[in-house]
Structures are given as structure tokens and as C-alpha cells.
Design a protein around this ligand. Structure first.
Ligand code: C2R
Length: 184
């Protein structure tokens, strides 16, 4: 399987980081038209220095590729799959049916979407036995964070990075609150 991109954006020094040196998360999407949303997941993985790969893979348009990907991702060392799709968004569920890995689904409000609910429900309403961890409509950023949280469950260093991230988030909101009160 050819991947559109394997993340190589950091300097050699940073790539020697133990997370970056391995590809742990796979981001796939039904179409390249989903990339403006799905790249937000990639941004979060970059932020946490997690190695990832990113590709287009459609259960509808490239079913053989989707099957091959789902059956083999864990054998290549992937730990979490993030799958985004719009409209009749079957990709995350189809992958989840064939992989032992956790699948995080990102519903996307695509041009073909009626109002986004088509994608949300296609990803959310999985039958018992085949879970897909569904984030908000266009919620790729949260998908990236959730992937890191899954990876951090048995990794203290990564868990501390998540704690630090949440502290920064809190500080930024408190700062905004202070600024708002000063300006009004
Ligand atoms: P195009 O922009 O290529 O026409 O795609 C894609 O995720 C995209 O949001 C329109 C929308 O079709 C979605 N798509 C799926 C699947 N494959 C493509 N939902 C799938 O296999 O689930």
C-alpha cells in the first residue's frame, strides 16, 4: 500500500524522539476532499511528536485497498486508526470490522452531505461488537488528541504531555476570560 505521506516534517534531532521514530497512528479518509478537516488530526499528532501516516482509502471506491489496510495495519506496528468520511460514511465501520485496532471515526460535512447527520449517524450507530469511537462533526482535532490519549495509557511520559496540554488549554481560557473582562 502506498501512503500519500509519512510524516517527515521534524528535524533529525526531534525525529530521534522515540515517538516520532515509529509510525503509530494511521489517518485515513474517504477522499482527498476530506483533507482540510483531517489535517487537524495530523497537526495534533505533530504537536505531541507522534509518528503518523496519512492516506486516502475508500470502502466504496477502493474496497480492496480498504480491506488490505484494515487487515494489516496492526502487523505494521500501527496502534490506532483515525478514519474520516462524509456522506454515507462507511469507511470507519468497515475498517473497524476488519482490524483489532481501536478506530476513531471522524464524521465530515462533505459537499455531498445532506446536513452532516448522514455522516454522523453512519459512523456513530455501529452494531454491538464493532465499536467506532466517534468524535464530533469535523472533529478531527479531537480525534488526534484521543489517539494520543489511547497511546498514553501505558506511557507515563506521554500521559504527562496530555496533562500539560490540558493545563495550557485551561490557562488560555482563563487568559481570555481576564482579557474579556478588561475590555468590557
Ligand atoms: P468526493 O469529494 O471525492 O466526491 O467525496 C468522502 O469521505 C467524501 O467526504 C465525497 C465524500 O465521499 C466520502 N466517501 C465515503 C467513503 N468513500 C468516500 N464516505 C467510504 O468508503 O465510506
Amino acid at each position: 500500500m502506498q501512503y500519500l505521506k509519512r510524516f517527515q516534517g521534524l528535524t533529525q534531532e526531534k525525529r530521534s524522539d522515540k515517538y516520532m521514530s515509529e509510525i503509530l497512528v494511521s489517518i485515513v479518509m474517504g477522499s482527498d476532499s476530506d483533507l482540510p478537516i483531517m489535517k487537524e488530526a495530523a497537526e495534533m499528532l505533530k504537536y505531541f511528536n507522534i509518528g503518523y501516516e496519512i492516506d486516502v482509502c475508500s470502502a466504496h471506491r477502493t474496497p480492496e485497498k480498504a480491506i488490505d489496510f484494515a487487515k494489516n495495519a496492526h502487523k505494521r506496528g500501527i496502534k490506532v486508526i483515525i478514519a474520516g468520511a462524509g456522506g454515507a460514511a462507511h469507511l470507519p465501520g468497515v475498517l473497524a470490522a476488519m482490524t483489532p485496532l481501536p478506530v476513531i471515526g471522524v464524521p465530515i460535512k462533505a459537499s455531498i452531505s445532506i446536513d452532516g447527520w448522514d455522516s454522523i449517524l453512519s459512523i456513530l450507530q455501529m452494531p454491538a461488537g464493532i465499536p467506532v469511537a466517534t468524535v464530533a462533526l469535523n472533529g478531527a482535532k479531537n480525534a488526534g488528541i484521543l489517539a494520543v490519549q489511547i497511546l498514553s495509557t501505558d506511557n507515563e511520559e506521554l500521559r504527562n504531555k496530555i496533562i500539560d496540554y490540558k493545563e495550557k488549554l485551561k490557562d488560555s481560557v482563563l487568559e481570555k476570560s481576564k482579557k474579556m473582562k478588561e475590555e468590557l
